[in-house]
Design a protein around this ligand. Structure first.
Ligand SMILES: Nc1ncnc2c1ncn2[C@@H]1O[C@H](COP(=O)(O)OP(=O)(O)O)[C@@H](O)[C@H]1O
Ligand SMILES: [Mg+2]
Length: 212
């Protein structure tokens, strides 16, 4: 089973958006059996699943903030949507079986500052130090040609971690979210730019570089 955790200590940086779109990608595009485990009591991923029409490829939701994580035996991909502010012991527990972390970062000075400390904490954890977990950075809600994106870009380059995608700021994610869909399930004529944004991310996830 492939296990991917979407993590950042900041709220609102796109963890749930990336988790749900990834779930949609694996289920609808790849025909995989997907479990979407929501660790946030705010339950954005669970709400997304509730909005999802039963005619769509099924995705199993687990309200993991309150229930034990019991995946069906035939699960191909487990996507874990983290809450904000997971530290210390709680973070260690969350990392237990993860092989890949996706770390979304927004172009905002506060988010960049917060990420510096959090990435340090993350990189000091045993499993990351032992290279049992690979971390990929995603720039999210990007508006090209802005000064703050240039600052974010420079920051990411200095991290020496794989920079795996730049996702633009677009209503398409909000339109998809309302219907329990991912951008992969919207008309390609509407989302072609976003599909192109996801290409390097999906490629990285397929490659050995994203696995221990
Ligand atoms: N690339 C994007 N473009 C536009 N809106 C986005 C994008 N990514 C996230 N959002 C919106 O930002 C808000 C916060 O995103 P969310 O995924 O819930 O963050 P988190 O789970 O990290 O708290 C949501 O309303 C979501 O629809
Ligand atoms: Mg969330």
């Amino acid at each position: 089973m492939r296990t991917i955790l979407v993590l950042n200590a900041k709220g609102g940086c796109g963890k749930s958006t990336i988790s749900t779109n990834l779930a949609s990608y694996y289920a609808a595009e790849m025909g995989k059996k997907v479990v979407l485990a929501d660790y946030d009591p705010q339950a954005s991923s669970m709400a997304w699943l509730q909005a999802r029409d039963s005619s769509r490829e099924p995705i199993t939701g687990i309200a993991a903030w309150k229930n034990p994580l019991k995946c069906p035996r035939d699960t191909d991909v487990l996507i874990m949507d983290a809450p904000a502010r997971v530290h210390g012991k709680e973070l260690t527990q969350l990392l237990h079986k993860v092989e890949t972390i996706l770390f979304p970062l927004m172009p905002s000075p506060i988010d960049i500052r917060a990420a510096t400390d959090y990435l340090q904490e993350l990189q000091a954890s045993g499993r990351v130090k032992r290279k049992q977990i690979k971390i990929g950075i995603i720039a999210n809600r990007v508006r090209e040609n802005t000064i703050i994106f240039t600052e974010l870009y420079d920051f990411i380059k200095r991290l020496k971690l794989p920079y795996v995608a730049t996702l633009r700021d677009t209503q398409n994610y909000i339109k998809a979210e309302e219907r329990g869909l991912g951008i992969f399930e919207l008309p390609p004529s509407q989302v072609w730019q976003d599909l192109a944004d996801w290409e390097p991310l999906v490629k990285w996830l397929k490659s050995k570089r994203s696995r221990p």
